[in-house]
Design a protein around this ligand. Sequence first.
Ligand code: B12
Ligand code: SF4
Length: 501
Amino acid sequence: MKSSKKIVFFVPSFSSTEATAPLGLLAISTPLLNAGYEVCIIDSTITPDYKKRIMEEVKDALCLGISVITGPMIRETVEVSKAVKAWNPDFPVILGGWHPSLLPGQTLEAPYVDIIVRGQGEESMLQIAERLGDGAPLNDIRGIGFKADGKPHLTPERPLKSLNEMPAKAYHLADFDAYEKVCGRRWAMYVSSLACPFNCSYCTNAGVYGRKWNALPADQVVEETVELTRRYRLELLWMADDNFLVDFDRALQIAEGLVRAKAAFKWSIQATTNMTARFTIEELRLLRRSGLHQICQGIDSASPTVMKLMNKDFQHLPDIYQSTDRCVRAGVIPSFNIIFGHPGEGPRERRETLNFIMDICRKFPGAEFWTNIFTPYPGSPIFHDAAKLGVEVPQSLEGWIDYFPRYTVLPWLNGKDHKRVQTMRDYLRIAFDRAPIGKGPGRLGKAIQHLTAYPARVRLNRDFYTFPVELWINRQLKNIVKLPKPNVDAKRLQPETAATT
Ligand code: B12
Ligand code: SF4
């Protein structure tokens, strides 16, 4: 309906219990609300009958916008877009987020996609809504793609804006009660800085944000986070910043400000190991007093050969030992990510990484590791070599559905080798404790895990994974004590017409 001022947004579920409001959609909603549009967000994580809801809501709307990152989120994106097009082939379907930003041309080739938005969507989405309402052409809007005479057409890039030029996110649109039911914890994401100065081989960050790190001032972060957590009774804020600790002084000023404000929420951050290593134990204690409870760091590999291939020259293993010790003593959980299977990683290099994980976990109980399998994402430096490396690069939007680092099979890591790495990852999961954002395994689940932790460590030490009986026992016992899925159905996440935050 061209005369409509209602915009429907959809965010497909990302198959995780770590559920909270989709920040990207809250960000692009503010300019629309300020311009008098109604915004209706449907999130399949909290809306099981999402397709029916979308079909009801689009009937009197101007367009449908979907937020999508590469991988399983594309499944529901395709399902919903096709359903909308079957109802009305002229109804505009717009895709935004990381996947269309990194593969605009290919995404636009899908017959059920009309418009894509590349990069920051705040201004682009408002301009698209205005043009669609007026029946005006889209070709003067920067940073988008659309179809002209059935052919994809990309407009020139939209210059990046720094975070302090962006409007506040429309948190009031989020149904935190519903997310809490799914996740077991009341939490939200918050962005205090954008981009990352580094350029790791497998990371897409530079492709969208161009390595220009910029941040909100400390006092604004303190004021906003305190207000946000009080208003919505949030127990945790997860800073979605890619590298929170780039500005050392700002981090300490935020901590001091939160202590002064008597902030009562926990927060966690992502940062590189070299940035974390600059903090003394006293400084980490100050951060802890302010509520910081976890620093997630991408070590990714502990093999010097692989670290070099990953462009991680900035990372030094002795520093990681020192800073892990300081974090644990200060009461901040050091949480590490590992990527197995990066090109150049053979059994020897993998063993180096595994030894490192085991050593850190033994020396510093409380440190935790999360692992993935290397997945070359479009927009990452290594993606240029993907075809040369023999990786089958999907040629259509739908082809990316199963592109997912939890089970990626690579030409150099397949068959028995792949199975072995997956089993090793399963053993790592039960060998040491980890604290997820969402509902943990519970007391009984933890007891089961502890029962099998010791034999798992013996296996990992010996690199021996045949007849994985402990994994089987673990699964069987966990199935017996499995809690029923919460029955959540967010009837409405608005529509809303004016920002109240
Ligand atoms: C938070 C987060 C998550 C959370 C999501 C939680 C949640 N409730 O949303 C969790 C932990 C679940 C997660 C999981 C994964 N993530 Co993640 N995640 C992020 C992170 C750190 C922040 C996202 C965010 O909210 N940013 C803040 C908002 C404001 O920005 P935004 O989402 O980009 O939105 C802006 C634009 O993209 C655009 N936009 C977004 N949506 C839309 C929609 C429309 C219609 C329009 C017009 C515009 C638009 O406008 C917004 C405002 O400018 C990003 C890194 C980053 N810097 O963004 C990685 C990132 C998105 N994740 C990534 C990856 C790879 C994953 C995983 C595969 C990781 C894994 N090992 O499993 C999984 C995939 C999950 C799945 N099943 O699909 C990659 C995606 C790469 C890609 N090609 O898509 C990123 C970019 C990290 C990176 N640098 O490589 N992730
Ligand atoms: S992986 Fe982390 S450190 Fe490396 S470029 Fe990406 S955001 Fe920066």
